[in-house]
Write a protein that binds this ligand. Structure first.
Ligand SMILES: [Zn+2]
Length: 80
């Protein structure tokens, strides 16, 4: 999913106006997290995206499952 990167990007490397599409591996719900919110509100700009994916859990009550991140390829190319 992060093809084109030799090392995993940090959150701050993603386009600030972009989004990470998050999908729950357990309940299959989908939601979006804005990169700007992650950097400016959550303060995780220095976090590696793959580690953040690992730490993130489903936001839906009663689930708490592990998630998958997806970032648009063209957004990654613009950031590179
Ligand atoms: Zn879930």
């Amino acid at each position: 999913m992060f093809k084109g990167w030799t090392i995993p990007p940090q959150v701050k490397d993603l386009p600030r106006d972009g989004y990470i599409d998050i999908s729950c591996r357990s309940c299959k719900r989908l939601w979006r997290q804005s990169v700007r919110d992650l950097v400016e509100k959550e303060r995780v700009g220095a976090q590696f995206v793959d580690l953040l994916e690992w730490q993130t859990r489903c936001i839906h009550p009663g689930c708490g499952g592990m998630v998958c991140f997806a970032v648009e390829d063209d957004e990654l190319l613009q950031a590179a």
